[in-house]
Ligand binder design. Structure first.
Ligand code: FMN
Length: 316
């Protein structure tokens, strides 16, 4: 049992990365039952888009309770740092974590403040820190504040990618060298071979998103899954958003192609369409279908148990 397993109370060092709506209780519980750590994302398991902190918190309570019905193993919850969350989404969710006894949080964001970390550590939470744009400096600071595990996210990842040019394997090597606490590899960890490559460079576990979209238990639409499986790496399209602070990689569809055109015109803030419509409902031209570039190497849609076991072999 390695350090990641000891810290998280799991048997296989595989964390399912949070992905908004598609990380439903069924997916999270399947990963946790397989020995990994499932993580509920914002809007977990709901069928509607929530606008208020109160509604989101109420949904999260229902998602936590449903997850507990499906597993008695540990699972985590994704939150953004309170310092970057004026609307109070995180605060409401953390209150519910306390009430429901969920002790592991994935803290996802950047420009973390001491107050985003230290009070939670003093309270006994386990913290996996996922910097959107990881740096050695910030990783050392997070370690000094007491974070338990650092995610080394490279620009290879699916979803909202780091804006820098450092890929997953480089990021793993850099951060594992910089901190004493365990590092998880995020970005393109889709099978045992990628997991083992990251382990050689210092990762002690995987933080995998895209691979779990292509699982039997993931609630993403079949059309969405097939689209990821059938898109070769050179067909993925990258565009920027939010004033250029965020990058996305998506399969080609009308929203994404429009975003690329908007980028050329200097507009770095195009609407990205709706993940909800594309990933959950399978209406690919209504939004973004994001994944890493190696989805064409994923041969089949497998159970979470098989995926967790496959990735974990890379860290043995
Ligand atoms: C469709 C999709 C949605 C995502 N949504 C979130 C999210 O809501 N919050 C978050 O912190 N990260 C999100 N991510 C990033 C993942 O948590 C994780 O860092 C990434 O998936 C790891 O790279 P991989 O997809 O290559 O395995 C998302 C990723 C994908 C592919």
């Amino acid at each position: 049992m390695n350090r990641v397993c000891q810290i998280l109370g799991i048997t296989k060092p595989v964390v399912q990365a949070p992905m908004l709506w598609i990380t439903s209780p069924e997916l999270v519980a399947a990963v946790s039952n397989a020995g990994g750590l499932g993580v509920l994302g914002f809007n977990a398991g709901t069928d509607v888009r929530r606008d208020t902190a109160e509604e989101t918190a109420a949904d999260m309570r229902a998602a936590i309770r449903r997850t507990k019905e499906l597993t008695d193993k540990p699972f985590g919850i994704d939150i953004v740092p309170a310092s970057a969350d004026a609307a109070g989404f995180s605060t409401g969710i953390v209150d519910i974590m306390r009430e429901e006894g969920v002790k592991t949080m994935v803290l996802a964001g950047e420009s973390f403040q001491e107050s985003d970390v230290v009070p939670f550590k003093e309270e006994g939470f386990t913290i996996i820190a996922r910097q959107l744009n990881p740096s050695i400096r910030d990783s050392k600071q997070l370690e000094a504040w007491g974070v338990d595990i650092i995610v080394a996210t490279g620009c290879d990842e699916g979803g909202c990618m780091p804006c820098g040019s450092t890929g997953t394997m480089m990021q793993v090597a850099l951060l594992a060298d910089a901190v004493e606490i365990p590092v998880l590899a995020a970005g393109g960890i889709i099978n045992e071979e990628f997991a083992r490559a990251s382990a050689i460079l210092g990762a002690e576990g995987a933080f995998a998103g895209t691979r779990f979209i292509l699982s039997k238990e993931c609630r993403a639409a079949e059309a969405t899954k097939r689209n990821l499986l059938e898109t070769p790496q050179d067909d993925f399209v990258i565009f920027t958003q939010w004033g250029g602070t965020s990058k996305w990689r998506s399969t080609p569809n009308s929203v994404v192609l429009a975003a690329v055109e908007a980028n050329k015109a200097g507009n770095l803030d195009p609407a990205q369409g709706s993940y909800y419509e594309s990933e959950l409902k399978g209406n690919l031209d209504a939004g973004v279908n994001s994944g890493n570039s190696v989805t064409s190497l994923i041969r089949s849609i497998d159970s979470c148990a098989d995926i967790v076991a496959d990735l974990a072999r890379g860290y043995e």
